[in-house]
Design a protein around this ligand. Structure first.
Ligand code: PSU
Ligand code: MN
Length: 306
């Protein structure tokens, strides 16, 4: 079994049975600029604590798989240059070569599951990119949701993706996509989208019960909880559409492919919205952290059976 390096706070929570929420680190290293990335990471951790759970930010630091980072480690990671972006395919090589890497949704789910953490909060998941019929660019996050039993709270999928195809792939792989408190599938910067969410639940305790029921049915994999951005923080889809198209044509013109695509588009949209995309991003991640803490609390009252 892979040795795990727990932060003191997470080690204590594990002993005491306090609910724990996993947090990813790619959002810190590849999703937001410094110093906002550090401020957001600290704020999101504080939100989890305020909701009576313990945050476990996950990353590989110099070859060690960390479940929870202390304040110095978080600050170091937020400023580090050349950090690898780790998905399922990359984790083992990063660990074996003693390097530092930030975990995507897929890699964070793998690490969380190893640590017995059942809930994870992020901003947006990876998905099927526009033009995937030619590029085959489909995030490994989708297949991870199909095989690793962690409930992931995200604000839906970004319009940088082909959201309809993303939902189709999730359905094909049997991933429950559950909108929280509404019928529409949230569109990251906007609370609703023209697409209906396949499933809806209105109560964190029901989401926890569905997580347990899935395991009791013998089904592998987790759930995607699609939590809409808070109303006051939305950016209208019509404002963003031309900006996303602009960012996408820049990516094409610069020959950006593979793992580089998502970070490039996020950075370009940040520049083109003059930081407005980041303000919205912060509001929704914080909102997701609070919901994840409530789900983790509900799960902690019903231990897994296996
Ligand atoms: N989408 C966002 N913000 C992010 C990411 C996706 O809105 O920060 C990050 C997450 O870590 C996600 C990863 O798991 O990008 C997906 O990358 P790819 O498309 O290369 O699988
Ligand atoms: Mn990709």
């Amino acid at each position: 079994m892979m040795p795990l390096t727990y932060s003191a706070e997470v080690a204590k929570a594990r002993k005491a049975g306090t609910p724990i929420v996993a947090l990813e680190s790619t959002i810190i290293t590849h999703g937001m600029p410094y110093p906002q990335n550090l401020e957001v990471a600290q704020q999101v951790e504080a939100d989890v604590r305020a909701a009576c759970a313990i945050p476990a930010t996950i990353a590989v630091m110099e070859g060690a798989l960390h479940i929870g980072l202390d304040a110095d480690q978080l600050s170091k990671l937020a400023q580090a240059k050349g950090v690898a972006k780790l998905s399922r395919a990359d984790m083992a090589v990063c660990i074996a070569s003693g390097r530092t890497g930030a975990t995507t949704v897929a890699a964070t789910m793998i690490a969380a599951h190893l640590a017995g953490i059942e809930v994870f909060a992020t901003g947006g998941i990876g998905g099927v990119h526009k033009g995937a019929e030619n590029s085959f660019d489909i995030s490994a996050d989708l297949m991870e949701l199909a095989q690793t039993p962690v409930s992931v709270v995200a604000a839906g999928a970004k319009a940088i993706l082909d959201v309809a195809k993303t939902l189709e792939v999730l359905e094909t792989h049997g991933v429950p996509v559950i909108a929280f408190g509404q019928n529409s599938f949230p569109a990251f910067w906007s609370a609703s989208s023209p697409l209906k969410a396949p499933l809806r639940l209105d109560d964190p305790a029901q989401i926890a019960a569905a997580h347990r029921a899935r395991a009791d049915l013998g089904l592998p994999g987790g759930q995607l909880i699609a939590n809409p951005i808070p109303k006051g923080a939305e950016i209208p889809a019509a404002d963003l559409a031309p900006i996303i198209a602009h960012a996408q044509s820049d990516a094409l013109a610069h020959g950006i492919t593979g793992k580089g695509v998502t970070p490039y588009l996020l950075q370009r949209i940040y520049e083109l919205t003059e930081g407005r995309s980041l303000t919205a991003n912060i509001a929704l991640v914080r909102n997701n952290a609070r919901l994840a803490a409530q789900i983790a609390t509900a799960l902690s009252t019903t231990a897994p059976k296996n």
